[in-house]
Design a protein around this ligand. Structure first.
Ligand code: ADP
Ligand code: MG
Length: 473
């Protein structure tokens, strides 16, 4: 009988290889290192807790049969988990140790008894848990309230086709492209929700690229990239929003490339969105870019005014609000930038009319659109900001330009400078010149004083929020 753990594991691998796909074998079995054999117990080392759970969940029968074949009915398997988790419990287990070493681990802390229990012989661990992944989907963004029009017909129907048959259409990946505010995120969630509804067992995940990058950075820092990659490899439908943010992130791109390949090869669905066309995505690895083009690229355009009106009506209907058609058409005809702004105008209008108890008239609508459009292009002038701030403190505006050192004036001036820096396009020098003929260093100092005070003074912060609201209305 063979007693060398390496030899035993080699035999096991032969059997496993014959009974799994090459891909699974490479992913789940080649990283395993045999580390010991005694009393009929073979100890194998796996890279992470996640890895261990995955084996337990997907390969338990195969492992059981294999061990029985190689070691007989008395044979048992035990795991040692490589130290790669933040959880102190797992840091007890040192790579390359067997169970006894684990108990007397070199970190000098005794491993809790139940930890060792948990890692011993998976075959007797009851109730293996299925990983419950929160899909991060927003219920409000469904196909039901995604209004169809010429502007989105291809993307919408491709999305629906995918949602009906994830991974099984030619649209893999589906790359949704549009300028901002035209429905990319909405469509992503709609696809995810539809899949969840139709296939409750499928693992769906919506993730913003920025989140993905942060997770990658943290995983690299904490040395658990394995867990990170394995986590993403178990998703059936991965919706990743705003991939243009991957530009220049070479290492994240590389890891995403591997995840992409793995999912694609295994018939999983990928949906990507971008505010740039693949050809315009600079600083992106060519091999990754070429994959983005494997499936279908569908764009979303600005809807025509009839569709814009339909979107507004849909929004009103969902919120139980009734508005005259005349007003709806007026908004639909006037706001031609994007759907987010279209909705923004509607929300401001409804808010204004209920707060100020004003009837919703064409005049009010006009005013709101004017303000809204002005703010959205962020062309707030220094003078406008000074005006709002003086208004707030009931100070005559001329005071700000005079060389007075009165506390209230100094404070108003500093606040105006702060907001001018935040919301106007003027340089510090210009801001200084307009707010009392000061130089740029004074403006710089003012901004710092204000922001320091906001960090420490709750009341001041609340007041600043009030003023800001007035600037942005
Ligand atoms: P993007 O991700 O392209 O910047 P979003 O998906 O965030 O745009 O859409 C902006 C807003 O417009 C959201 O509130 C969304 O619900 C709405 N919207 C976009 N397209 C439609 C549509 N076809 N029907 C209804 N609402 C839409
Ligand atoms: Mg978006």
């Amino acid at each position: 009988m063979v007693t060398n753990h390496k030899e035993i594991w080699r035999k096991c691998l032969e059997i496993i290889r014959d009974n799994t796909s090459e891909q699974s074998f490479a992913t789940w079995f080649t990283p395993i290192v045999p580390v010991g054999f005694s009393n009929n117990v073979l100890t194998i080392q796996v890279p992470s807790q996640f890895f261990y759970e995955w084996l337990e969940e997907h390969y338990i029968d195969l492992l059981k049969k294999t061990i029985k074949k190689v070691l007989g009915t008395e044979g048992k398997l035990e795991y040692s988990i490589t130290m790669d988790s933040n959880d102190p419990a797992y840091q007890m287990v040192i790579p390359g140790t067997n169970r006894n070493d684990v108990r007397n681990n070199t970190l000098g802390r005794p491993a809790p008894e139940n930890l060792t229990e948990r890692l011993i012989n998976p075959f007797i661990i009851p109730g293996l848990r299925k990983m419950e992944i929160d899909s991060q989907l927003n219920e409000n963004y469904s196909f039901d309230n995604f209004v169809e029009g010429n502007c989105n017909r291809l993307a919408r129907s491709a999305g629906l086709a995918i949602a009906e048959n994830p991974g099984k259409t030619a649209f893999n990946p589906l790359l949704i492209y549009s300028q901002t505010g035209l429905g990319k995120t909405h469509l992503c969630h709609a696809i995810g929700l539809h899949v969840k509804h139709k296939f409750p067992d499928k693992t769906v995940l919506y993730v913003q690229t920025e989140q993905f990058i942060n997770q990658f950075v943290n995983a690299s820092k904490n040395n658990n990239l394995n867990d990170f990659v394995h986590f993403y490899q178990m998703i059936d439908v991965l919706l990743i929003d705003d991939i243009q943010f991957l530009a220049k992130k070479t290492r994240t791109q590389e890891t995403f490339f591997h995840i992409f390949n793995y999912l694609h090869q295994n018939g999983k669905q990928l949906v990507l969105t971008s505010d740039k066309l693949p050809v315009d995505l600079q600083d992106m690895e060519p091999r990754l870019l070429s994959r983005f083009k494997w499936g279908l690229t569908a764009d979303l355009q600005m809807p025509d005014s009839a569709t814009r009106a339909a979107i507004l009506k849909n929004k009103l209907y969902t919120n139980g609000i009734v508005l005259p058609d005349e007003i709806i058409d007026y908004i639909a005809n006037s706001v031609r930038t994007n759907i987010r702004e279209l909705e923004g105008v509607l929300i401001s209008l409804v808010a204004q009319s209920s707060l100020n108890k004003k009837a919703i008239t064409i005049e009010l609508t006009q005013q709101i659109i004017e303000r809204f459009i002005r703010n959205s292009v962020k062309e707030v002038s220094v003078e406008y900001i000074m005006n709002v701030v003086c208004d707030f403190f009931s100070l005559p505006m001329e005071l700000l330009s005079q060389p007075t050192r009165k506390h209230q004036v100094v404070q108003a001036r500093q606040i105006a400078m702060f907001f001018a820096k935040k919301y106007s396009k003027a340089s510090l020098a210009v801001i200084g010149q307009q707010c009392g003929n000061k130089d740029h260093a004074t403006v710089h100092h003012a901004c710092k004083t204000v922001s320091d005070r906001m960090d420490t003074d709750k009341q001041f912060r609340a007041m600043m929020a009030e003023i800001e609201k007035k600037i942005l209305i």
